[in-house]
Design a protein. Structure first.
Length: 263
């Protein structure tokens, strides 16, 4: 029997026709199969739904190639949705459609204001502790604004300097018990709790689905075996076309647990 204590609404956004033109920073550009990408996206949604999440799609943004990576546009803490200001200027138009979705769910809304830069992929919540990766798409001003917005809700922001990683959550994520997993050499690891190192880059990204169930990229077989041996229920998902654009299992959705103002 699954224990879906974290079930709620999962926001996703379907890939647009120009997905292959998405930003790549640390990887060489390789061809993206748009048909396969759509198939993988639908399967990703089905995995979320099977884990008890009510999948809602944000309105498409076909003019924005990276809009499928919906996590970067909003950070949700309790009943507050903080609309981000992406560091990649061409992505800032993605935020508008996400605002409409979070408002429809009954969340309060705030936003990161210029000149601050913040992307959701740089924000890792572990209970009341919120790590914010600084140095790539997110700057100190963006992290400070987030801290001021969520401190009244009981959250504490801890900045973490990034190495050669697109986002903090490209390098480190959290398991459902709050322990960290990933690639500690890509971040200022001494600023974080101990990080369980993995041997595969895709294995750094773990998406808790509820109870002991976690989603992991199928491209990380050693990580999958290690997590399964630790008695996590691992759901492998093939997201190869999004990984070509430095995407991961975490950045394709925003999970809003029940009780956070969602309907």
């Amino acid at each position: 029997m699954h224990d879906y204590t974290s079930a709620g609404v999962a926001l996703t956004r379907r890939p647009g026709p120009d997905l292959a033109r998405g930003i790549v920073t640390h990887l060489p550009r390789t061809p993206v199969d748009p048909v396969l990408a759509m198939r993988q996206y639908v399967i990703y949604q089905e995995v979320l739904a099977s884990a008890g999440w009510r999948v809602r799609e944000v309105d498409p943004a076909p003019e924005h190639p990276d809009s499928v990576f919906v996590e970067d546009t909003v950070v949700v803490c309790g009943d507050l949705a903080v609309l981000t200001r992406p560091g990649a200027q061409g992505r800032r138009g993605e935020v508008e459609g996400v605002e409409a979705s979070v408002r429809s769910l009954g969340l309060r809304v705030a936003r990161v204001e210029p000149p601050g830069r913040l992307e959701g992929g740089d924000v890792l919540q572990v209970g009341a502790r919120v790590y914010v990766g600084v140095g790539g798409r997110t700057d100190v001003e963006g992290a400070d604004q987030l801290a001021r917005l969520i401190k009244p809700l009981g959250y504490e922001v801890e900045p973490v300097a990034l190495g050669p990683a697109v986002h903090l959550k490209s390098a480190v994520t959290a398991l459902p018990d709050g322990s960290l997993i990933g690639l500690p050499h890509l971040v200022e690891a001494q600023a974080m709790a101990p990080v369980r190192a993995v041997s595969e880059e895709p294995g750094a990204c773990v998406l808790p689905l509820g109870g002991r169930e976690v989603m992991v990229s199928a491209a990380a077989p050693a990580t999958i075996r290690a997590l399964a041996a630790a008695r996590w229920r691992v759901v492998p998902v093939d997201i190869s076309e999004f990984e070509k654009l430095e995407g991961s299992v975490t950045c394709l959705s925003v999970l809003l647990p029940d009780g956070a103002g969602t309907v």
